[in-house]
Design a protein around this ligand. Structure first.
Ligand SMILES: [Zn+2]
Length: 110
């Protein structure tokens, strides 16, 4: 069975815990098995890179996003812009979709 997260790639989310609390960004990677996601501009970690002139890699400090736990973010509703714990709704035809609990708009665009 697939582990399903409420957060999907390309969702806009706001960080609700940790050092980046309050930051907003787009989800660029989802790691369901680890329950983690990578959010653009969030949880930046400096990595020291050794120069490798043969491969044309410049040495220096690179900043990259590192994963955050999915429970540390909330999805931003694309309709009302409010952070929401999106709940799964089961539609009449049996399909599930995610919906904003504030304005009721469907977040899903599958
Ligand atoms: Zn909404």
């Amino acid at each position: 069975m697939n582990i399903e997260l409420n957060v999907r790639k390309n969702d806009r989310v706001v960080v609700i815990a940790g050092k980046d609390k309050g930051k907003k960004g787009r989800v660029i990677e989802v790691q369901p098995a680890k329950h983690r996601i990578i959010v653009e501009g969030v949880n930046m970690v400096k990595r020291h890179n050794k120069a490798n002139t043969r491969r044309g890699i410049q040495g220096g400090i690179l900043e990259r996003e590192s994963p955050v736990d999915v429970s540390n973010v909330m999805v931003l509703c694309p309709h009302c812009g409010e952070p929401t714990r999106s709940g799964h709704q089961v539609l009449e035809d049996g399909k599930r979709h995610r919906a904003c609990k504030k304005c009721g708009a469907a977040i899903e665009k599958q």
